[in-house]
Design a binder for this molecule. Sequence first.
Ligand SMILES: Cc1cn([C@H]2C[C@H](O)[C@@H](COP(=O)(O)OP(=O)(O)OP(=O)(O)O)O2)c(=O)[nH]c1=O
Length: 193
Amino acid sequence: MVLASGSPRRRELLTGLGVPFTVQVSGEPEDSREADPARLAAELALLKGRAVARMAEGAVVIAADTVVAAGAELLGKPESAQENEVFLRRLSGRTHEVYTGVAVLSGDAEVVEVARTAVTFRTLLPQEIAYYAASGEGLDKAGGYGIQGLGMALVERLEGEYSNVVGFPLSVVTRLLRGAGVPVWGTLGAGAE
Ligand SMILES: Cc1cn([C@H]2C[C@H](O)[C@@H](COP(=O)(O)OP(=O)(O)OP(=O)(O)O)O2)c(=O)[nH]c1=O
């Protein structure tokens, strides 16, 4: 079993499922012209998975990609504290969507699914925006915040799965891995689906 992701959050969550795995990252940049956020998350997860599956013959490979959409705008990883502030002003007092595509590849079989969570931020004071951006926590994260860290103080409401916002929707991960014959929590979960 191979995790095709350099994300420490994904590593931690997969470890919690009791699945032995190694990490392999292709290093190839993924590229897509897809504008629809759900389809983009699915496509990028599949591209990451395929790149690693080529190097890890025979293994089950899991990959994921998280896309944050504020209306028609896609918010990637901010490149500076200033850009992080722009993102936070865009998210303040509004609801945005987080999509994570999960791809599982096993031999010739490829399955991909997307989870969606709607996240509502409370209205942030300019000082709060400056403080959070200066913390640096949001810099390596899509949307410019980490709900698992200090970023949880920005959030007022969630609709959907929490682990999806962190980048690894565990309900989808569990179902797809079991479908590929990987025992999650020591079981294939017969009769549970
Ligand atoms: C919104 C949000 C995103 N994120 C993270 C999840 C993902 O790691 C990251 C989105 O970037 P991704 O491109 O999905 O993943 P990655 O670059 O971290 O890792 P890899 O491509 O090797 O799989 O943002 C959080 O950790 N918390 C949050 O609240």
